[in-house]
Structure formats: structure tokens, C-alpha cells
Design a protein around this ligand. Structure first.
Ligand code: MG
Length: 203
């Protein structure tokens, strides 16, 4: 499986990092070794002094497809969960300044904690899903899928022009504003429509 992630998909987050709001989706990938499941602890890597949390709604691809048309795109994902796109902001910043790809800042081991997945049919409106992240009991990021710049369907259409999507692939759909540093000992809890699905510690 592969993990595809969308950058700058909420306008307020693009602004907080002084990035322009994109005209087409910004995408990057994480390898399968980035996955962190079952609320296992995240071990803070030593190569970064500024690992940021980015809470994101994650969709799971349900069948293989390429060049998917928008009218069929909703048939290509069947489950939704929540995840964190851990980002080594210091490494990313250095690479951005040099105009280099920021792969290392995004693709390291365990940089993609994900919750269990819920059938999308359980959500009355996929574009009115509240989600938020608490660090040590305090809400630090909150978003709603109504504010997505690129919908799940548009992401699927765009990505599948270039990359074949396969069953089980995950798409991290972008983070709202409020990203920030995590520290050893922090307790992170991620909620989707009020249900706590992510619940783990930074060690
Ligand atoms: Mg992100």
C-alpha cells in the first residue's frame, strides 16, 4: 500500500505557514513504513527538534483505478479515519529554503499514525465532518471537511491521473490551522465527529 498526502488543503493552514493557496492539489507520499497503528506510542526521532502535529481526515481507497472521472470518484473510497501527518518542520524549512524536495521531513518511520476506519455510509454528510486534535487535554487544531479546498473526489481525480490508486491505499487530505510542536511525554487525542479514535503518547 501507499500513503498519499495533500498539502495546503485548508486555506487557514496555508496562510499560517506563509504558503499560497494552491490552484491544483499539492501532493507528496509517505512509505508504508510511516504507518503507526493501534494507538502505539510515537517515538520522537533524534534528527529533528521541531516535529509538528498535523491532524487530518484520511480516506481509504476501496478499489484500483486510474484516470478516474469525477462522477465515479466517490465509488473509490469507502472508509474514513483520522491520522496525523507528523512533519519535521525544521528539516522541511531547510529544504524549502534551498528549493529542494522535503521528502525527509515527511516520510520518516512512524510519521503517519492512523486510527481505525469507519464506513463512510455512517456519516450523514461527508462535507460536514468535524475533527480535532487535543494535546494534553487542550484542543490545538480543529477543522471541518466543509473547508476543504479540494474535495475527496477532486483529490482522487487529480492523483489518479498520475498514480494508479489501489485498494488499501490511504490519502491524508490535509490539515487545518493550528499545527505545532510535539514534545516527549505529550498525550495526543484525535477526534472524528466527537468520537476519540486516536489516543497515544509521544515517547
Ligand atoms: Mg499534512
Amino acid at each position: 500500500m501507499k500513503i498519499i498526502a495533500i498539502g495546503r488543503n485548508y486555506a487557514e493552514h496555508a496562510k499560517e505557514l506563509n504558503n499560497p493557496v494552491p490552484a491544483v492539489p499539492v501532493i507528496f507520499m509517505k512509505p508504508d513504513t510511516a504507518l503507526l497503528k493501534d494507538n502505539k506510542p510515537f517515538y520522537h526521532p533524534e534528527f529533528s527538534a521541531d516535529i509538528h502535529h498535523e491532524i487530518e481526515v484520511v480516506i481509504k481507497i476501496s478499489k484500483e483505478g486510474k484516470h478516474i472521472a469525477e462522477k465515479f470518484a466517490s465509488a473509490y473510497y469507502d472508509e474514513i479515519g483520522i491520522g496525523i501527518d507528523f512533519t519535521a518542520r525544521d528539516i522541511q524549512q531547510k529544504h524549502k529554503e534551498k528549493g529542494l524536495p522535503w521528502e525527509l521531513a515527511k516520510s520518516f518511520d512512524n510519521s503517519a499514525p492512523v486510527s481505525k476506519f469507519i464506513p463512510k455510509t455512517q456519516f450523514p454528510d461527508l462535507y460536514n465532518i468535524d475533527f480535532h486534535l487535543e494535546v494534553n487535554g487542550k484542543t490545538v487544531q480543529q477543522g471541518n471537511t466543509k473547508d476543504l479546498l479540494f474535495s475527496f473526489e477532486r483529490i482522487i481525480v487529480f492523483v489518479s491521473q498520475y498514480i494508479t490508486l489501489k485498494k488499501g491505499d490511504l490519502i491524508f487530505t490535509g490539515t487545518p490551522a493550528g499545527v505545532g510542536k510535539v514534545n516527549i511525554g505529550d498525550h495526543l487525542a484525535g477526534y472524528l465527529t466527537g468520537e476519540k479514535l486516536l489516543d497515544f503518547y509521544v515517547r
